[in-house]
Design a protein around this ligand. Structure first.
Ligand code: AMP
Ligand code: MG
Length: 403
């Protein structure tokens, strides 16, 4: 049986070809993997501007100002955000301005409105009640990002929080990996579509929607196929169709040793080559990886917990790599166990855990591969070696998929 690392290495080695590159607009870039570095087209900020609502001044004019001894400046105009003040601030003068207003020529500081007073006795004058250092409350041109600077690198997966930066830096479109199209098959004669009536012994099919959502999250495009019943013919026909239409195929169920497990046989009948079908992890020992016409097959176990864990550990990194992403593993964060985690078995166990906001980590509940209640509580995995107890109080690495 392969270790997880050996399995991952074999999968990575088999996925030599990257997806083609396409252009997307900034608005459509979230979740996409960059194929080339992105450079800022303009400086950020693009011009010196005010960080406050207040008055543009010459710092030297207000050097000694205080509430008791305000500096009196002549108000020569105002400039709203989006306008430009055409004049120049001379000694003894100030200009009313607002957050984002360009700093008028001659001024070298902003005094915020709260530190000023208007006075009926001083028409067209402003009392400045606080000193300002040169460039105080001024956002300087290029201090955030300089034109021509690399703002995001090839292999970065664009997050929604980065769209602001891209748009503000003048980027219009960028080169990203094409979205992979991933076929999703669920095998099992007991499975029924959600919402349809259940006869005795039948259950609702639930893996495809979970996997489809997980695929969308990494920028892949799921293609969901009808439920496949447990016959060689149906499995073979479904695989043939999915391989014809997709870049890779993920199946769930039908990869164990039972008489109704047809994924491997059907795949080989179509000419697929199996790389391996067992990995020494729990949950998820039966996991098939193979290739047909250069396209990967990921055969997940049917139990939904096993399907999710093997997807996260083996499929997600592979697909991210196909997209050219640099970071392919689940993000790992330290946490402290509030109770022991016990693995009495002889395979390493990826125990489903709940990380609390204070960093305390506990078991999410029943650690069984069909236990969906505990899975829904969980937001991470802790890798517990075979025959090992991790004691309460110990610091662990939590592989996170949720918050
Ligand atoms: P299998 O891997 O086909 O032996 O299935 C293992 C267990 O997972 C059985 O109890 C199945 O009924 C269940 N199962 C398989 N596929 C699914 C699915 N797509 N949705 C929900 N449960 C499933
Ligand atoms: Mg089955």
């Amino acid at each position: 049986m392969l270790t997880l690392e050996e399995a991952q290495e074999q999968i990575f080695a088999a996925l030599s070809s990257l997806l083609e590159v396409e252009k997307v607009s900034v608005a459509a870039a979230s979740g996409r993997v960059l194929a080339v570095d992105v450079l800022a087209v303009v400086d950020l900020p693009g011009f010196d501007n005010s960080a406050m609502d207040g008055y543009a001044v010459r710092a030297a004019d207000v050097a000694g100002a205080s509430p008791e001894k305000p500096a009196v400046l002549r108000l020569i105009g105002h400039v709203a955000a989006g306008e430009v003040f055409t004049g120049e601030v001379a000694t003894g003068e100030c200009v009313r301005l607002f957050t984002g207003s360009p700093l008028p020529r001659g001024a070298d500081a902003v005094v915020m409105q709260e530190d000023t007073r208007a006075d009926a006795a001083h028409q067209n004058e402003v009392l400045i009640c606080d000193a300002a250092k040169p460039w105080e409350h001024v956002r300087l041109r290029g201090e955030d990002v300089k034109r021509g600077e690399i703002i995001l690198s090839a292999g970065d997966c664009v997050s929604f929080a980065q769209l602001n930066l891209l748009a503000a830096s003048g980027v219009i479109e960028m080169s990203v990996a094409r979205r992979s199209v991933i076929g999703l098959l669920a095998t099992g004669s007991e499975l029924r579509e959600v919402g349809s009536p259940l006869a005795p012994g039948q259950i609702y099919e639930s893996n495809r929607m979970m996997l489809a959502a997980a695929l969308r999250q990494i920028g892949a495009e799921p293609r969901v196929y009808p439920i496949v019943s447990d016959t060689l013919e149906a499995t073979s026909a479904a695989l043939a169709r999915a391989f014809g239409e997709c870049d890779a195929v993920i199946t769930s169920g039908g990869v164990s040793v039972g008489e109704f497990d047809f994924v491997k046989a059907a795949f080989e009948q179509l000419g697929g080559a199996m790389n391996f079908w067992k990995v020494a992890v729990k949950p998820g020992k039966p996991f098939v990886f193979g290739q047909l016409n250069g396209k990967p097959l990921f055969g997940l176990p049917g139990n939904p917990v096993s399907a999710l864990v093997t997807f996260l550990l083996l499929v997600r990194p592979a697909l991210l790599k196909m997209h050219g992403a640099r970071a392919v593993e689940l993000p790992a964060y330290p946490g402290v166990l509030s109770e022991p985690l016990v693995n009495r078995g002889d395979r390493r166990h990826f125990i489903r855990v709940k990380v609390e906001p204070d960093g305390q980590v506990r078991s999410a509940g029943m650690q069984a591969s069909h236990a969906l209640g505990a899975l829904a509580v969980a937001n991470g995995l802790v890798d517990v070696p075979a025959q090992t107890t991790l004691p309460a109080g110990s610091t662990v690495r939590v592989l996170r998929w949720g918050f």
